[in-house]
Design a protein around this ligand. Structure first.
Ligand code: PMV
Length: 309
């Protein structure tokens, strides 16, 4: 049996603006992963998914994104479609801004590579996964697949070479899950509509979010957590004006800051999903309690490691 996995991710700064060419900052969550196991199958190419009682048979549903992923893989490596059963298990909450779809696709590509004894460069993994992200989301910026495949903090600008981010000191992020699933493409379409209706005002907000991402990159390089927290609060207010926050997200953000977080904001597509709070170690417990008391479904605590060049 072959096993493979891929991490999840959070966006620290720049979601939505990244779709319009502004920079965004995303970090991998290495401990929260999607896993696959692959075994020979006697009934062709089959996927077993969590929470689905019936398997997906690619000969009857070839347009399922995961089947397309294997077809693309097979074409790229001039290999027949393998007769394999790919069982997916994932610790990553779905449709909540943690990159569950991209993580599963990445784990599938890695698993197929091992199963067929083909070494797949990270750039190729990224291309294969991005193609499937487009099937799921329409016009993704590519940030999710990039941070998940490379498993490194990224300063990401659409259609630019990837920039690995420097981070002077480790810092703790709490992720508050609203428990409300939200499809990224719905929030992205809402911002697109706003952009079309009120272009100059929306453009100004998007540009300001981009400016924050540049500043945040410098703060991480210097280890200035107070400034980074203030930038998160500012970024959240701008996301509110893009209409992607909700009362619940706003409340979680406010309560986190009141309980001692250095800053907080929604993370990912919004309209549900997750918020994040930057905390000093001594405040982590307090803020976690405040988030749970405010109705967070769960709180995940993660230490973003230092990365120096
Ligand atoms: O997949 P999510 O929910 O983390 O959102 C991705 C970030 C967006 O900027 C909203 C969309 C994109 O394609 O970059």
């Amino acid at each position: 049996m072959i096993e493979a996995s891929a991490c999840s991710k959070i966006i620290l700064f720049g979601e939505h603006a990244v779709v319009y060419g502004q920079p965004a900052i995303a970090v991998p969550l290495v401990d929260l992963r999607a896993h696959v196991t692959l075994q020979p199958s006697e009934v062709g190419l089959v996927f077993e998914l969590p929470r689905l009682t019936e398997s997906i048979h690619c000969d009857t549903t070839p347009s399922h994104p995961f089947c397309v992923l294997v077809q693309n893989f097979s074409q790229r490596y001039e290999h027949n479609l393998p007769n394999v059963c790919i069982k997916i298990t994932s610790q990553i909450p779905i449709a909540s801004g943690l990159g569950s779809g991209a993580a599963i696709s990445t784990a599938i590509v890695r698993g197929l590579g091992s199963y067929l004894d083909i070494e797949i460069p990270l750039e190729t993994q990224n291309e294969l996964v991005y193609a499937i992200e487009k099937l799921f989301h329409g016009t993704p910026s590519g940030i999710d697949n990039s941070v998940i495949v490379f498993e490194k903090p990224l300063f990401f600008i659409r259609e630019h070479a990837l920039e690995m981010l420097e981070n002077k000191l480790p810092f703790r992020i709490l992720i508050g899950d609203t428990g409300v699933t939200a499809e990224t493409h719905v929030a992205v379409s809402a911002v697109r509509q706003l952009y079309e209706e009120r272009t100059s005002k929306t453009r100004a907000v998007i540009d300001e979010i981009g400016r924050i991402a540049y500043e945040a990159r410098d703060c991480m390089k210097r280890g200035s957590w107070r400034d980074l927290g203030a930038l998160m609060n500012h970024n959240h207010r701008l996301l509110q004006t893009l209409t992607v926050s909700t009362n619940q997200l706003d409340l979680l953000v406010t309560q986190a800051v009141e309980a001692g977080a250095l800053g907080a904001k929604l993370s990912g597509g919004g309209r549900g999903g997750n918020m994040i709070a930057l905390v000093e170690e001594r405040d982590a417990e307090n803020v976690t309690e405040a988030l749970l008391k405010t109705g967070a479904h769960q709180v995940i605590s993660t230490l973003i490691p230092s990365v120096t060049r």
